[in-house]
Design a protein around this ligand. Structure first.
Ligand code: SAM
Length: 262
């Protein structure tokens, strides 16, 4: 697990939830984004949905006694278990790649937003992961093996969902108008809690267990990274792409293009 503070801080700069507003996080994991949002937007209410019981149970226990936060276990490929027009804002970070029925989920987001509702939908592009190492071939092999790895909990896997986000939104014209933003998460320190560190120590180790790379390939890559650390040359980065938009009201569908920026 890595510390998501930098990512969350960036995403919350894209949100201007009004007092007493309602915010939905689709695929909220253990609710870190919602906890942070609840500190920034005091009097609003926060609702998180995720299909995995363990993170939702963790979120529920952390939010005990805080009536502004609520969580539900639900597979959003089946739609959103929420009434029409219930929310002012929807956040959805690093989830869309897993969703089989992406267009249906976007229609569901449109349905549960109120007339002035807004969306912040973001995704890493996993093929933009950068490590400053010496063995380019080893790095490329490992990175591509990781990017293309459909983990057991994922309905789908597309490491390019970040760069495809604008196009995915444009497949369902008339739902949202907005623009793309980008953010580079970069790190110069290799330490516990950092994304690059957890990538090497946790995610790539899982990749070895899964059989997608050989143990010696992992060991060579890990040694290459640690050598860069020793030489004070460590650098890691990954790009996050985000669609920031607002709901197009149904009566305007067809007359307002999804690709209109403002
Ligand atoms: C990479 S994590 C991102 C979690 C969180 N949004 C964040 O940025 O920290 C992806 C999350 O999406 C959830 N997820 C994937 N497919 C889902 C589905 N069909 N329905 C609900 N949640 C889903 C996973 O359980 C996981 O918690």
């Amino acid at each position: 697990m890595y510390d998501k503070t930098a990512l969350i801080d960036h995403l919350l700069t894209l949100v201007d939830l009004q007092p007493s507003g309602a915010l939905l996080d689709v695929g909220c994991g253990d609710g870190q984004m919602l906890f942070a949002a609840s500190n920034v937007f005091g009097s609003s209410s926060f609702f998180g949905i995720d299909m995995m019981p363990a993170p939702i149970q963790r979120a529920e226990s952390l939010s005990r006694g805080e009536s502004r936060l609520s969580f539900v276990i639900h597979d959003v490929d089946e739609g959103l278990p929420c009434p029409d027009g219930a929310f002012d804002y929807i956040l959805c970070c690093n989830v869309l790649e897993c969703i089989k029925r992406k267009e249906y989920l976007l229609r569901e987001m449109h349905r549960v937003l109120n007339a002035a509702g807004k969306v912040v939908i973001s995704h890493f592009d996993y093929d933009t992961i950068v490590f400053n190492v010496t063995n380019r071939d080893g790095y490329r092999k490992i990175l591509h093996a990781y990017s293309d790895w459909k983990q057991p909990w994922m309905g789908e896997c597309d490491p390019w969902t970040g760069r495809k986000l604008w196009g995915i939104l444009n497949r369902v014209p008339g739902l949202f108008v907005g623009e793309m933003k980008s953010f580079v998460l970069h790190e110069t320190e290799y330490r516990e809690g950092a994304k690059g560190y957890s990538f090497v120590k946790e995610e790539l180790r899982d990749l070895v267990k899964h059989g997608a790379i050989a143990p010696q390939e992992y060991e060579a890559f890990s040694a290459d990274v640690e050598n860069a650390v020793r030489n004070n040359e460590f650098f890691f980065s990954i790009n996050l792409y985000t669609f920031v938009g607002r709901k197009v009201e149904s009566r305007a569908c067809g007359s307002e293009s999804t690709t209109t920026s403002r």
